[in-house]
Design a protein around this ligand. Structure first.
Ligand SMILES: Cc1ncc(COP(=O)(O)O)c(C=O)c1O
Length: 440
Protein backbone atom coordinates (compact mmCIF):
# COMPACT_ATOMS: atom_id res chain seq x y z
CA UNK A 1 0.00 0.00 0.00
CA UNK A 2 2.33 2.70 -1.15
CA UNK A 3 1.31 6.28 -1.56
CA UNK A 4 2.90 9.64 -1.53
CA UNK A 5 1.46 13.04 -2.06
CA UNK A 6 3.00 16.45 -2.23
CA UNK A 7 0.65 19.36 -1.73
CA UNK A 8 0.66 22.06 -4.38
CA UNK A 9 -0.27 25.69 -3.97
CA UNK A 10 -2.62 27.30 -3.16
CA UNK A 11 -4.40 24.55 -1.21
CA UNK A 12 -1.37 23.15 0.50
CA UNK A 13 -1.28 23.26 4.24
CA UNK A 14 1.72 21.02 4.43
CA UNK A 15 5.32 21.99 4.15
CA UNK A 16 8.62 20.32 3.49
CA UNK A 17 11.08 21.44 6.10
CA UNK A 18 14.49 19.92 5.55
CA UNK A 19 14.01 16.24 6.09
CA UNK A 20 10.66 16.59 7.76
CA UNK A 21 7.61 16.27 5.55
CA UNK A 22 4.06 17.02 6.64
CA UNK A 23 1.30 15.58 4.49
CA UNK A 24 -2.30 16.64 4.06
CA UNK A 25 -4.52 14.46 6.23
CA UNK A 26 -7.11 13.86 3.54
CA UNK A 27 -5.43 14.39 0.21
CA UNK A 28 -7.92 15.42 -2.43
CA UNK A 29 -7.16 14.72 -6.05
CA UNK A 30 -7.51 18.41 -6.91
CA UNK A 31 -5.28 19.54 -4.10
CA UNK A 32 -2.39 17.21 -4.46
CA UNK A 33 0.19 16.29 -6.96
CA UNK A 34 1.06 12.63 -6.83
CA UNK A 35 4.73 12.43 -7.58
CA UNK A 36 5.11 8.72 -7.90
CA UNK A 37 2.58 6.01 -8.09
CA UNK A 38 2.39 2.51 -9.47
CA UNK A 39 0.13 1.82 -12.46
CA UNK A 40 -2.83 0.69 -10.36
CA UNK A 41 -3.17 4.10 -8.76
CA UNK A 42 -2.45 5.93 -12.00
CA UNK A 43 -5.45 4.18 -13.55
CA UNK A 44 -7.68 5.11 -10.63
CA UNK A 45 -6.37 8.63 -10.50
CA UNK A 46 -7.42 9.20 -14.10
CA UNK A 47 -10.96 7.93 -13.48
CA UNK A 48 -13.41 10.85 -13.57
CA UNK A 49 -16.02 9.03 -11.45
CA UNK A 50 -13.77 8.46 -8.49
CA UNK A 51 -15.15 11.47 -6.60
CA UNK A 52 -18.71 11.70 -8.00
CA UNK A 53 -21.65 9.46 -8.82
CA UNK A 54 -22.88 6.19 -7.45
CA UNK A 55 -19.51 4.48 -7.54
CA UNK A 56 -17.54 7.32 -6.01
CA UNK A 57 -15.10 6.08 -3.43
CA UNK A 58 -14.21 7.63 -0.08
CA UNK A 59 -11.54 10.31 -0.37
CA UNK A 60 -9.49 8.70 2.35
CA UNK A 61 -8.78 5.81 -0.01
CA UNK A 62 -7.66 7.90 -2.96
CA UNK A 63 -4.04 8.18 -1.98
CA UNK A 64 -3.74 4.46 -1.27
CA UNK A 65 -2.72 1.96 -3.82
CA UNK A 66 -1.95 -1.68 -3.78
CA UNK A 67 1.00 -2.74 -1.67
CA UNK A 68 4.21 -2.57 -3.69
CA UNK A 69 5.40 -5.59 -1.70
CA UNK A 70 2.48 -7.69 -2.85
CA UNK A 71 2.84 -6.30 -6.37
CA UNK A 72 6.46 -7.45 -6.43
CA UNK A 73 5.34 -10.86 -5.17
CA UNK A 74 3.08 -11.09 -8.21
CA UNK A 75 5.89 -9.97 -10.54
CA UNK A 76 8.10 -12.65 -8.93
CA UNK A 77 5.49 -15.31 -9.66
CA UNK A 78 5.04 -14.13 -13.25
CA UNK A 79 8.78 -14.39 -13.96
CA UNK A 80 9.52 -17.35 -11.69
CA UNK A 81 11.86 -15.10 -9.76
CA UNK A 82 13.10 -15.89 -6.26
CA UNK A 83 10.76 -13.81 -4.11
CA UNK A 84 12.91 -11.81 -1.72
CA UNK A 85 10.23 -9.12 -1.56
CA UNK A 86 7.72 -10.32 1.03
CA UNK A 87 8.74 -11.03 4.62
CA UNK A 88 7.30 -14.48 5.18
CA UNK A 89 9.42 -17.53 6.06
CA UNK A 90 9.48 -20.38 3.56
CA UNK A 91 10.29 -22.90 6.29
CA UNK A 92 7.93 -24.63 8.72
CA UNK A 93 6.55 -23.26 11.98
CA UNK A 94 7.61 -25.10 15.17
CA UNK A 95 6.05 -28.56 15.44
CA UNK A 96 4.88 -27.78 18.99
CA UNK A 97 2.75 -24.91 17.72
CA UNK A 98 1.25 -26.86 14.85
CA UNK A 99 0.29 -29.70 17.21
CA UNK A 100 -1.15 -27.24 19.71
CA UNK A 101 -3.27 -25.58 17.01
CA UNK A 102 -4.58 -28.94 15.80
CA UNK A 103 -5.29 -29.99 19.40
CA UNK A 104 -7.20 -26.77 20.07
CA UNK A 105 -9.38 -27.30 17.01
CA UNK A 106 -10.01 -30.93 17.99
CA UNK A 107 -10.91 -29.76 21.50
CA UNK A 108 -13.60 -27.59 19.89
CA UNK A 109 -12.05 -24.25 20.64
CA UNK A 110 -13.65 -23.05 17.45
CA UNK A 111 -15.95 -20.25 18.53
CA UNK A 112 -15.31 -16.59 19.27
CA UNK A 113 -12.67 -16.00 21.89
CA UNK A 114 -13.14 -13.12 24.34
CA UNK A 115 -12.86 -10.11 22.07
CA UNK A 116 -9.69 -8.73 23.68
CA UNK A 117 -8.00 -12.13 23.78
CA UNK A 118 -8.13 -15.67 25.12
CA UNK A 119 -7.18 -15.77 28.84
CA UNK A 120 -4.46 -18.39 28.22
CA UNK A 121 -2.69 -16.15 25.75
CA UNK A 122 -3.05 -13.03 27.88
CA UNK A 123 -1.55 -14.85 30.86
CA UNK A 124 1.29 -16.30 28.76
CA UNK A 125 2.02 -12.84 27.42
CA UNK A 126 2.02 -11.22 30.87
CA UNK A 127 4.48 -13.86 32.06
CA UNK A 128 6.69 -13.24 29.03
CA UNK A 129 6.81 -9.47 29.56
CA UNK A 130 7.71 -9.99 33.20
CA UNK A 131 10.41 -12.60 32.52
CA UNK A 132 11.98 -10.93 29.47
CA UNK A 133 11.69 -7.28 30.35
CA UNK A 134 10.72 -7.05 34.02
CA UNK A 135 7.49 -5.37 32.92
CA UNK A 136 4.37 -6.00 34.97
CA UNK A 137 1.27 -6.20 32.83
CA UNK A 138 -2.32 -6.60 34.02
CA UNK A 139 -3.95 -9.42 32.07
CA UNK A 140 -7.46 -8.04 32.65
CA UNK A 141 -7.01 -4.40 31.75
CA UNK A 142 -3.85 -3.89 29.70
CA UNK A 143 -3.67 -6.56 26.98
CA UNK A 144 -5.52 -6.76 23.66
CA UNK A 145 -4.98 -9.59 21.18
CA UNK A 146 -5.60 -8.57 17.56
CA UNK A 147 -5.53 -9.98 14.04
CA UNK A 148 -1.80 -9.46 13.57
CA UNK A 149 0.43 -6.49 14.27
CA UNK A 150 -1.26 -4.85 11.27
CA UNK A 151 -4.67 -4.68 12.91
CA UNK A 152 -3.00 -3.74 16.19
CA UNK A 153 -1.48 -0.59 14.65
CA UNK A 154 -4.74 0.39 12.91
CA UNK A 155 -6.83 -0.19 16.06
CA UNK A 156 -4.38 1.75 18.22
CA UNK A 157 -4.29 4.75 15.90
CA UNK A 158 -8.07 4.79 15.49
CA UNK A 159 -8.41 4.67 19.26
CA UNK A 160 -5.97 7.42 20.22
CA UNK A 161 -5.51 9.74 17.23
CA UNK A 162 -8.07 12.40 16.29
CA UNK A 163 -8.58 14.13 12.94
CA UNK A 164 -6.08 16.97 12.65
CA UNK A 165 -3.55 15.39 15.01
CA UNK A 166 -0.02 14.82 13.78
CA UNK A 167 1.75 11.47 14.01
CA UNK A 168 5.52 11.33 13.59
CA UNK A 169 6.67 8.45 11.42
CA UNK A 170 10.36 7.78 10.79
CA UNK A 171 11.39 6.88 7.27
CA UNK A 172 12.37 4.61 5.67
CA UNK A 173 9.16 3.16 7.12
CA UNK A 174 7.11 0.02 7.23
CA UNK A 175 4.36 0.73 4.73
CA UNK A 176 1.29 0.80 6.99
CA UNK A 177 2.02 3.66 9.38
CA UNK A 178 1.29 6.57 7.03
CA UNK A 179 -1.97 5.11 5.68
CA UNK A 180 -3.09 4.22 9.23
CA UNK A 181 -2.63 7.88 10.20
CA UNK A 182 -4.55 8.98 7.09
CA UNK A 183 -7.40 6.60 7.98
CA UNK A 184 -7.67 8.59 11.23
CA UNK A 185 -7.70 11.83 9.20
CA UNK A 186 -4.49 12.69 10.96
CA UNK A 187 -1.37 14.10 9.37
CA UNK A 188 1.71 11.87 9.15
CA UNK A 189 4.90 13.85 9.67
CA UNK A 190 7.84 12.03 8.14
CA UNK A 191 11.25 12.21 9.74
CA UNK A 192 13.99 10.90 7.47
CA UNK A 193 16.81 8.88 9.02
CA UNK A 194 19.93 9.09 6.89
CA UNK A 195 21.73 6.09 5.38
CA UNK A 196 23.87 4.21 6.13
CA UNK A 197 23.58 4.58 9.95
CA UNK A 198 19.86 5.46 10.06
CA UNK A 199 20.55 7.02 13.43
CA UNK A 200 17.88 8.96 15.28
CA UNK A 201 19.09 12.37 16.44
CA UNK A 202 17.18 13.94 19.31
CA UNK A 203 17.36 17.40 17.74
CA UNK A 204 15.62 16.18 14.59
CA UNK A 205 12.91 14.51 16.59
CA UNK A 206 12.39 17.74 18.53
CA UNK A 207 12.10 19.60 15.24
CA UNK A 208 9.38 17.24 14.00
CA UNK A 209 7.23 17.93 17.07
CA UNK A 210 4.52 20.57 16.88
CA UNK A 211 1.65 21.58 19.13
CA UNK A 212 -0.48 19.09 17.16
CA UNK A 213 1.77 16.08 17.67
CA UNK A 214 -0.20 13.28 19.28
CA UNK A 215 2.10 10.28 18.83
CA UNK A 216 5.44 8.99 17.58
CA UNK A 217 5.64 5.59 15.90
CA UNK A 218 8.82 3.67 16.72
CA UNK A 219 9.81 0.43 15.02
CA UNK A 220 12.82 -1.34 16.46
CA UNK A 221 14.30 -3.75 15.35
CA UNK A 222 13.46 -2.01 12.12
CA UNK A 223 11.98 -3.04 8.82
CA UNK A 224 13.48 -2.09 6.36
CA UNK A 225 16.76 -0.66 7.73
CA UNK A 226 17.67 -3.45 10.17
CA UNK A 227 18.52 -0.84 12.83
CA UNK A 228 18.15 -1.69 16.49
CA UNK A 229 17.90 1.59 18.37
CA UNK A 230 20.42 1.85 21.19
CA UNK A 231 19.79 3.11 24.70
CA UNK A 232 20.73 6.70 23.81
CA UNK A 233 18.23 6.82 20.94
CA UNK A 234 15.47 5.24 23.03
CA UNK A 235 16.17 7.68 25.85
CA UNK A 236 15.94 10.55 23.36
CA UNK A 237 12.48 9.35 22.29
CA UNK A 238 11.43 9.01 25.93
CA UNK A 239 12.71 12.52 26.74
CA UNK A 240 10.83 14.08 23.82
CA UNK A 241 7.60 12.19 24.61
CA UNK A 242 7.71 13.27 28.24
CA UNK A 243 8.70 16.86 27.51
CA UNK A 244 5.92 17.40 24.97
CA UNK A 245 3.32 15.06 26.50
CA UNK A 246 3.22 12.75 23.48
CA UNK A 247 2.24 9.09 23.19
CA UNK A 248 4.71 6.52 21.86
CA UNK A 249 3.34 3.73 19.69
CA UNK A 250 5.99 1.05 19.33
CA UNK A 251 6.07 -1.72 16.74
CA UNK A 252 8.20 -4.45 18.32
CA UNK A 253 7.21 -7.30 16.02
CA UNK A 254 10.93 -8.25 15.58
CA UNK A 255 11.68 -8.02 19.33
CA UNK A 256 13.30 -11.48 19.39
CA UNK A 257 15.26 -11.15 16.13
CA UNK A 258 18.44 -9.14 16.58
CA UNK A 259 22.15 -9.80 16.09
CA UNK A 260 23.69 -6.79 17.82
CA UNK A 261 22.78 -4.76 20.88
CA UNK A 262 19.59 -5.62 22.73
CA UNK A 263 15.90 -5.03 22.39
CA UNK A 264 14.84 -2.24 24.73
CA UNK A 265 11.06 -1.85 25.09
CA UNK A 266 10.31 1.85 25.38
CA UNK A 267 7.65 1.12 28.00
CA UNK A 268 10.43 0.08 30.43
CA UNK A 269 12.06 3.54 30.35
CA UNK A 270 11.37 5.77 33.32
CA UNK A 271 8.19 7.76 32.87
CA UNK A 272 7.17 5.87 29.71
CA UNK A 273 5.00 2.99 30.91
CA UNK A 274 1.98 5.26 31.07
CA UNK A 275 2.52 6.86 27.68
CA UNK A 276 3.64 3.88 25.59
CA UNK A 277 1.46 1.55 23.57
CA UNK A 278 3.50 -1.57 22.86
CA UNK A 279 2.59 -3.50 19.73
CA UNK A 280 4.03 -6.89 18.89
CA UNK A 281 2.79 -10.28 17.73
CA UNK A 282 3.71 -13.85 17.00
CA UNK A 283 3.89 -13.69 13.17
CA UNK A 284 7.67 -13.34 13.09
CA UNK A 285 8.68 -14.92 16.42
CA UNK A 286 6.93 -18.22 15.60
CA UNK A 287 7.11 -18.02 11.77
CA UNK A 288 3.30 -18.00 11.50
CA UNK A 289 2.56 -14.89 9.44
CA UNK A 290 -0.70 -16.47 8.23
CA UNK A 291 -2.09 -17.02 11.72
CA UNK A 292 -2.73 -13.33 12.32
CA UNK A 293 -2.01 -13.01 16.02
CA UNK A 294 -0.95 -9.55 17.18
CA UNK A 295 -0.60 -8.14 20.69
CA UNK A 296 -1.04 -4.74 22.33
CA UNK A 297 0.01 -3.65 25.80
CA UNK A 298 -1.43 -0.29 26.84
CA UNK A 299 -2.52 1.48 30.03
CA UNK A 300 -6.10 0.54 31.08
CA UNK A 301 -7.88 3.64 29.82
CA UNK A 302 -6.21 3.45 26.41
CA UNK A 303 -6.78 -0.32 26.29
CA UNK A 304 -10.47 0.31 26.85
CA UNK A 305 -10.71 2.43 23.72
CA UNK A 306 -8.42 0.14 21.70
CA UNK A 307 -10.56 -2.88 22.63
CA UNK A 308 -13.71 -1.13 21.43
CA UNK A 309 -12.16 -0.34 18.04
CA UNK A 310 -10.76 -3.87 17.79
CA UNK A 311 -14.16 -5.36 18.63
CA UNK A 312 -15.95 -3.36 15.95
CA UNK A 313 -13.26 -4.08 13.34
CA UNK A 314 -12.73 -7.80 13.77
CA UNK A 315 -14.46 -9.10 16.96
CA UNK A 316 -11.39 -11.15 17.73
CA UNK A 317 -8.34 -13.05 16.57
CA UNK A 318 -8.62 -16.76 15.65
CA UNK A 319 -9.45 -18.65 18.86
CA UNK A 320 -7.57 -21.94 18.33
CA UNK A 321 -4.48 -20.13 17.10
CA UNK A 322 -4.47 -17.94 20.21
CA UNK A 323 -4.38 -21.15 22.28
CA UNK A 324 -1.49 -22.47 20.20
CA UNK A 325 0.48 -19.23 20.60
CA UNK A 326 -0.05 -19.45 24.37
CA UNK A 327 1.47 -22.93 24.30
CA UNK A 328 4.39 -21.61 22.22
CA UNK A 329 5.05 -18.77 24.66
CA UNK A 330 4.78 -21.06 27.69
CA UNK A 331 6.65 -24.09 26.45
CA UNK A 332 9.26 -23.19 23.83
CA UNK A 333 12.60 -23.09 25.64
CA UNK A 334 15.20 -20.32 25.47
CA UNK A 335 17.11 -22.43 22.89
CA UNK A 336 14.24 -21.93 20.47
CA UNK A 337 14.94 -18.19 20.47
CA UNK A 338 18.73 -18.65 20.36
CA UNK A 339 18.46 -21.10 17.44
CA UNK A 340 16.05 -18.86 15.58
CA UNK A 341 18.48 -15.93 15.78
CA UNK A 342 21.45 -18.14 14.80
CA UNK A 343 19.47 -19.42 11.81
CA UNK A 344 18.61 -15.91 10.64
CA UNK A 345 22.19 -14.77 11.15
CA UNK A 346 23.49 -17.55 8.89
CA UNK A 347 20.87 -16.74 6.26
CA UNK A 348 21.64 -13.04 6.44
CA UNK A 349 25.34 -13.71 5.90
CA UNK A 350 24.60 -15.62 2.69
CA UNK A 351 22.41 -12.82 1.37
CA UNK A 352 24.74 -9.95 2.31
CA UNK A 353 27.70 -11.74 0.69
CA UNK A 354 25.62 -12.50 -2.42
CA UNK A 355 24.59 -8.86 -2.71
CA UNK A 356 28.10 -7.52 -2.11
CA UNK A 357 29.63 -9.99 -4.61
CA UNK A 358 27.12 -8.77 -7.20
CA UNK A 359 28.13 -5.13 -6.62
CA UNK A 360 25.45 -3.90 -4.20
CA UNK A 361 26.55 -1.72 -1.28
CA UNK A 362 25.05 -3.00 1.95
CA UNK A 363 25.85 -3.92 5.50
CA UNK A 364 24.74 -6.63 7.83
CA UNK A 365 21.54 -5.58 9.67
CA UNK A 366 21.49 -5.29 13.46
CA UNK A 367 18.07 -6.91 13.64
CA UNK A 368 14.95 -8.13 11.78
CA UNK A 369 15.51 -10.00 8.49
CA UNK A 370 15.92 -7.42 5.75
CA UNK A 371 18.83 -5.91 3.85
CA UNK A 372 18.39 -2.45 2.37
CA UNK A 373 20.98 -2.41 -0.42
CA UNK A 374 22.29 0.41 -2.61
CA UNK A 375 22.45 -0.53 -6.30
CA UNK A 376 23.93 2.74 -7.61
CA UNK A 377 27.14 0.99 -8.75
CA UNK A 378 25.02 -1.31 -10.93
CA UNK A 379 22.44 1.01 -12.44
CA UNK A 380 21.21 4.59 -12.40
CA UNK A 381 17.60 3.54 -12.91
CA UNK A 382 15.02 4.55 -10.31
CA UNK A 383 14.22 1.90 -7.73
CA UNK A 384 10.91 0.80 -9.28
CA UNK A 385 12.42 0.31 -12.76
CA UNK A 386 15.45 -1.45 -11.35
CA UNK A 387 13.36 -3.65 -9.03
CA UNK A 388 11.04 -4.76 -11.83
CA UNK A 389 14.00 -5.43 -14.17
CA UNK A 390 15.84 -7.39 -11.50
CA UNK A 391 12.73 -9.56 -11.08
CA UNK A 392 11.99 -10.04 -14.78
CA UNK A 393 15.56 -10.31 -16.14
CA UNK A 394 17.56 -11.27 -13.09
CA UNK A 395 15.09 -13.68 -11.50
CA UNK A 396 15.24 -12.10 -8.02
CA UNK A 397 12.40 -9.89 -6.75
CA UNK A 398 13.22 -7.14 -4.22
CA UNK A 399 11.04 -4.30 -2.95
CA UNK A 400 11.95 -0.98 -4.62
CA UNK A 401 13.49 1.38 -2.08
CA UNK A 402 11.26 4.30 -3.08
CA UNK A 403 8.30 2.60 -1.43
CA UNK A 404 9.79 3.15 2.02
CA UNK A 405 9.83 6.95 1.75
CA UNK A 406 7.23 9.71 1.56
CA UNK A 407 9.29 11.08 -1.33
CA UNK A 408 10.34 8.02 -3.37
CA UNK A 409 13.38 9.84 -4.75
CA UNK A 410 14.96 9.41 -1.29
CA UNK A 411 15.04 5.67 -1.95
CA UNK A 412 16.03 6.12 -5.60
CA UNK A 413 18.95 3.67 -5.57
CA UNK A 414 17.77 1.30 -2.87
CA UNK A 415 16.22 -2.15 -2.94
CA UNK A 416 15.12 -4.24 0.02
CA UNK A 417 15.75 -7.98 0.15
CA UNK A 418 14.42 -10.39 2.78
CA UNK A 419 16.38 -13.32 4.16
CA UNK A 420 13.72 -15.27 6.04
CA UNK A 421 14.20 -17.97 3.41
CA UNK A 422 15.90 -21.34 3.29
CA UNK A 423 19.67 -21.17 2.85
CA UNK A 424 19.52 -22.88 -0.56
CA UNK A 425 16.95 -20.30 -1.73
CA UNK A 426 19.39 -17.54 -0.74
CA UNK A 427 22.31 -19.29 -2.48
CA UNK A 428 20.21 -19.57 -5.63
CA UNK A 429 19.30 -15.86 -5.37
CA UNK A 430 23.00 -14.98 -4.91
CA UNK A 431 23.95 -16.88 -8.08
CA UNK A 432 21.22 -15.08 -10.01
CA UNK A 433 22.28 -11.68 -8.66
CA UNK A 434 25.86 -12.30 -9.74
CA UNK A 435 24.76 -13.40 -13.23
CA UNK A 436 22.50 -10.35 -13.53
CA UNK A 437 25.29 -7.98 -12.48
CA UNK A 438 27.74 -9.60 -14.92
CA UNK A 439 25.28 -9.27 -17.82
CA UNK A 440 24.78 -5.61 -16.90
C1 LIG B 1 7.58 -3.69 11.03
C2 LIG B 1 6.40 -4.57 10.81
N1 LIG B 1 5.29 -4.36 11.54
C3 LIG B 1 4.20 -5.11 11.37
C4 LIG B 1 4.18 -6.14 10.43
C5 LIG B 1 2.92 -6.91 10.25
O1 LIG B 1 2.80 -7.90 11.20
P1 LIG B 1 1.57 -8.93 11.16
O2 LIG B 1 1.90 -9.96 10.14
O3 LIG B 1 1.55 -9.51 12.54
O4 LIG B 1 0.37 -8.16 10.83
C6 LIG B 1 5.31 -6.38 9.65
C7 LIG B 1 5.28 -7.44 8.63
O5 LIG B 1 6.15 -7.58 7.80
C8 LIG B 1 6.45 -5.58 9.85
O6 LIG B 1 7.56 -5.76 9.13
Amino acid sequence: MFWVVTPILPCATACANGQITRLNPLPHTRDVHIISRPPALQALHGCPNMTTGLHRTARRTHSFTESVIREMTRVAREHEAVNLAQGFPDFPAPELLKEAAAAAIRADINQYAITWGAPNLRHALARKYLEHYGMEVDTETEITITCGGTEAMASVMLAVVDPGDEVIVMEPFYENYGPDAVLCEAKPVFLTLEAPEYRLEKAMLEEAVSSKTRAIVINTPNNPTGRVFDREEMQAIADVCIKHDILAITDEIYEHIYYEGEHLPLATFEGMRDRTITISGLSKTFSVTGWRIGTIIAPPQLSGAIRKVHDFLTVGAPAPLQEACAVGLNELPQEYYTDMVAGYKARGEVLVKGLQDAGFKCQYPQGAYYVLADFSDLSDEDSMTFGRRLASEGGVAPVPGGSFFSDPSRGHSLARFVFCKQIQTLHEASERLKAFATRG
